[in-house]
Ligand binder design. Structure first.
Ligand code: 6U4
Ligand code: NA
Ligand code: NA
Length: 185
């Protein structure tokens, strides 16, 4: 069993207004990508405490959260794996505020493009209504997120629990890295 670093990642979305809060990462690991809010779990805190602390530090938002998935990341030649615990907010308070690390903004809630998603989207009246209601918001920038995101994002949005392993050819600080292989259930 490899050594692992433990991280959190929290997604806040609004079912009524069909929008989701993402942060543009300004520095460090994943710089230049959009993501939920999170970071390393520090000693002496629980994973949920870390999730709430990072969410607050990076976005200014307080929330009630539930755990929705676990992702284990490996990269070739790295001695350390990354374990990311993913949470979603069931309610939240506060105004999104830019921090040194993240620039938060709302995006129109949508699914990543896949043949299956675009087929169901056309038939889904809620998606159509959402497109109209969130007209003035940009859509989720999946092309500028970690490449594993489209694999589990639909499960998170439909409130299914997920667990997955993702293998990268390389972890990169400032780019998406190369996805070698991925499996999310
Ligand atoms: P410092 O700079 O030490 O304060 P910290 O905020 O503790 O950093 P950071 O920002 O490096 O930690 O945490 C990385 C964030 O990126 C966590 O929220 C987990 C997330 N993350 C890393 N790899 C990911 C991936 N492949 N897919 C994903 N999220 C990932 O969705
Ligand atoms: Na962080
Ligand atoms: Na942080």
């Amino acid at each position: 069993i490899p050594r692992t670093k433990l991280y959190t990642n929290v997604f806040v979305w609004d079912e009524i207004e069909r929008k989701i809060l993402l942060g543009y990462k300004k520095r460090g690991f994943g710089m230049g990508l959009y993501n939920g809010f999170g970071g390393k779990v520090e000693s002496g805190e629980t994973v949920s405490e870390a999730a709430l602390r990072e969410l607050k530090e990076e976005s200014g938002i307080s929330a009630n959260i539930v755990h929705c998935g676990t992702l284990l990341f490996f990269a070739k030649g790295e001695s350390c794996a990354h374990l990311v615990e993913v949470f979603r907010a069931t309610s939240f308070a506060g105004d999104p505020t830019e921090s040194e690390e993240m620039r938060p903004d709302w995006y129109a809630l949508s699914l990543p493009d896949s043949d299956e998603n675009s087929r169901t989207r056309k038939q889904d009246p809620f998606e159509e209504a959402a497109a109209i209601m969130s007209n003035d918001l940009p859509s989720i920038p999946f092309d500028h997120m970690w490449p594993d995101v489209p694999l589990w994002f639909p499960l998170m949005l439909s409130e299914k629990r997920f667990i997955g392993r993702v293998d990268f050819a390389k972890f990169k600080d400032d780019a998406t890295g190369t996805l070698k292989d991925a499996m999310v259930k």
